[in-house]
Write a protein that binds this ligand. Sequence first.
Ligand SMILES: [Zn+2]
Length: 86
Amino acid sequence: MIHTKICAECERLLGDAVTAVRQHEVQMATGISLNVNGRLTEQLRKELAPAVVESFNVAQTAWDAYCEHLIAHGLLTRAGKAIQSA
Ligand SMILES: [Zn+2]
């Protein structure tokens, strides 16, 4: 095994972020599909929008937690740039 800064928590946080982004993608895809097929009414949009916004916020929070963990490892800057460790 090589020495690396990544750990099990990196994997868990990334998994959480991926799961949350996938959930948001499913909701967005549903809305886009309804719209493309001309089946998205204003009433339906109002019913779907809160869940789409919520899933976006959950995904953003999960991604931010992953980024904060990488910053703590010294692998990422606050500006979101990955640092290539030696
Ligand atoms: Zn880690």
